[in-house]
Design a protein around this ligand. Structure first.
Ligand SMILES: Cc1cc2nc3c(=O)[nH]c(=O)nc-3n(C[C@H](O)[C@H](O)[C@H](O)COP(=O)(O)OP(=O)(O)OC[C@H]3O[C@@H](n4cnc5c(N)ncnc54)[C@H](O)[C@@H]3O)c2cc1C
Length: 302
């Protein structure tokens, strides 16, 4: 079984998720071959097809698709694997359509060689197996722990003739945020379990008592209870504070992807079986609205 791993870089820096794809292939027990439109190959003991980023652009769906199709032509892989990122969301279906094969999106685990996906806001999981001989997959960021960047790739340059009406112009820096969670040493995050907007103030106060910043899960942001700059997860910020306190957060894979590299994780949840318990160093089974005032009192007295 062979997996062609479509890696990503940004402005010369190989993204960590590329090494998550390697971990995915290793878990699958597949021979791995990597493809990157970039400058330097990932550090891995495997063959890497390297396409010149100056020629093909940081991103260009027409040209990058041609590069991937050329690598598929050379390697005849069983699986063509992308990260479930904005790059993968855009490119994977284009490749699947060109190959006329099915796509399995957002794989979070491998069980007996089949692919596990989440559904119902990550409350349930289902297992699927592609029917055809080949499939395109996207793998959820954070679902597989990245392998260490070490090894020496057998690099082969890949070039394709192709034209596109699109041109990569550049990245636009995000607006300056009111909070920089990336630098925070302590983050206390509010999840849907806090119940209503007014209760977020309690978690914000708790964050202050810890000397940290307020984070949030996506539903809390989507509901307009706090600004998006506080969101942690795949569509928010990736954080790695010394202490992360998750208040009323279930631990969906998209949230975990953004915070699981925290040094120490405390989860406060009414449900002892909430998935966050698997990532937490300490799981406090409690109503966070009852616990928070007690905790604040202790912290202030300390
Ligand atoms: C493409 C995509 C991208 C996404 N990106 C993100 C992202 O960046 N960040 C993110 O967070 N999510 C993201 N999500 C959403 C994610 O799948 C989950 O839906 C979300 O993380 C769930 O948020 P939650 O844990 O706050 O809510 P829920 O899953 O509803 O969990 C609430 C938890 O609170 C507990 N609870 C309830 N009441 C209390 C109480 N009084 N005290 C203590 N515990 C209580 C419950 O037991 C439960 O575990 C994304 C989803 C998709 C499809």
């Amino acid at each position: 079984m062979k997996a062609l791993l479509i890696c990503e870089q940004r402005e010369g820096k190989i993204l960590d998720t590329s090494y998550e794809l390697v971990a995915f292939a290793d878990r699958l027990g597949a021979e791995k071959v990597l493809v990157l439109v970039g400058k330097e190959a990932p550090k891995v003991d495997a063959k890497v097809y390297l396409a010149d980023v100056d020629k093909f652009g940081e991103y260009n769906p027409d040209l990058h698709k041609q590069v991937v199709l050329e690598a598929i032509h050379k390697e005849n892989p069983d699986y063509v694997v992308f990260v479930h990122s904005s790059y993968g969301w855009d490119l994977a279906p284009r490749v699947a359509a060109a190959l006329k094969v099915g796509q399995v999106s957002e794989v979070v685990n491998i069980v007996d060689g089949k692919f596990e996906l989440t559904l119902c806001n990550a409350k349930l999981r289902r297992t699927v197996a592609p029917k055809g001989a080949r499939a395109v997959l996207t793998v959820q960021a954070g679902a597989f722990n990245a392998v260490e960047a070490s090894g020496s790739a057998q690099v082969e340059a890949i070039d394709v003739a192709g034209s596109s009406k699109l041109q990569f112009v550049g990245y636009e820096p995000a607006e300056k945020k009111d909070v920089d969670l990336g630098r925070a040493e302590i983050i206390v995050s509010a999840g849907r379990g806090v119940g209503k907007k007014e209760n977020v103030a309690i978690i914000a106060e708790l964050a202050k008592a810890f000397g940290g910043e307020l984070g949030a899960s996506r539903p809390v942001v989507d509901a307009g209870w706090v600004a998006h700059s506080h969101q942690v997860g795949t569509t928010g910020q990736t954080v790695s504070p010394k202490l992360y306190v998750a208040c009323g957060i279930s631990g969906a894979i998209q949230h975990l992807a953004g915070m699981k590299k925290s040094d120490f994780i405390v989860a406060i949840n009414k449900d002892k079986d909430a998935p966050i318990s698997e990532a937490a160093d300490v799981m406090v089974v409690a109503d966070v609205l009852q616990l928070a005032p007690v905790l604040m009192e202790k912290l202030r007295a300390a």
